[in-house]
Design a protein around this ligand. Structure first.
Ligand SMILES: Nc1ncnc2c1ncn2[C@@H]1O[C@H](COP(=O)(O)OP(=O)(O)OP(=O)(O)O)[C@@H](O)[C@H]1O
Ligand SMILES: [Mg+2]
Length: 253
């Protein structure tokens, strides 16, 4: 039997007149990467906020790590972390200080060690003593994700983890996300980049007009569309491939 990390059934949410979620259903298996796609305003962040106990649904149920988000929010919080759509790092602290602060807030035994390990893993050791206000967008994002890994949560929520990053930084974040899932962490991410979902996700769900209108593996989603007629043309590289070739970086594995 498969292990379910997240289960969502008939989730509904309105903001006053605006009926954003009209009955959202999906499941995420433990250790999987699940991508929630949808255009601006589709309700992705709303789903994430409900699952991370920041917002209450109007109806329907959601369980995270086996706990109901509405009735057992404390248990849910202990199992998860959230990297929001907008970075939550403290600008006036250094990278290391940010990590130590969170490790202390989570009552970890050796906050300095935890901070140093994460700095190393995210390639931020050289920048560790600099104030975050001097970091680039990619460095901030990496620190932001590092902060969410303090205390080794079972399930991590990443709301648009690579929005605003250059292709190189994006591939770095993808690599980190893959490593997390390989280590058994369950990842729910939202994205507007279809390629991101293609590269990373075990399963993909498309949120549209308040419901999940399609979901499955990439292969399953591809089957929903008739395959294109085979034509013998040279394959043109994508702009991303060209960009990466020019700056000499390899594709993420
Ligand atoms: N607190 C709020 N009060 C009123 N309306 C809200 C509130 N939060 C979100 N909305 C509206 O609900 C809809 C869904 O918002 P949400 O942030 O969940 O979308 P999203 O899919 O995350 O979009 P984006 O891709 O832009 O991040 C939008 O129309 C938004 O304007
Ligand atoms: Mg959003």
């Amino acid at each position: 039997m498969k292990d379910t990390a997240i289960q969502v059934k008939g989730l509904q949410k309105s903001y006053k007149q605006l009926h954003v979620l009209k009955g959202v259903d999906f499941e995420v298996e433990k250790g999987n990467i699940f991508a929630l796609l949808g255009s601006n305003g589709a309700g992705k962040t709303t789903v994430v906020k409900i699952l991370t106990t920041l917002l209450k649904q109007d109806s329907g149920t959601a369980t995270v790590n086996g706990f109901d988000v509405a009735t057992k929010p404390d248990n849910v919080r202990q199992a998860i972390s959230l990297t929001g759509q907008f970075a939550a790092v403290d600008e006036i602290l250094t990278g290391r200080e940010n990590l130590i602060m969170i490790a202390k807030l989570r009552y970890l035994k050796n906050p300095r060690q935890v901070a140093d390990d994460l700095l190393k893993r995210f390639g931020l050791t050289d920048a560790a003593e600099r104030k975050v206000s001097t970091y680039s967008g990619g460095m901030r994002r990496r620190l932001d994700i590092a902060l969410s890994l303090v205390g080794k949560p079972h399930i991590i929520f990443l709301d648009e983890p690579t929005t605003g990053l250059d292709p190189e930084a994006r591939i770095e974040v993808w690599k980190i996300i893959k490593e997390l899932a390989d280590g058994g962490t369950t990842v729910l991410l939202t994205t507007q980049y279809l390629e991101e979902a293609e590269q990373l996700a075990d399963r993909i769900a498309i949120l549209h007009e308040g419901r999940i209108i399609a979901s499955g593996t990439l292969a399953e989603l591809k089957k929903l569309f008739p395959s294109a007629k085979v034509e013998y043309v040279e394959k043109q590289p994508s702009l991303e491939e060209i960009f990466l070739a020019i700056i000499g970086k390899k594709e993420a594995k």
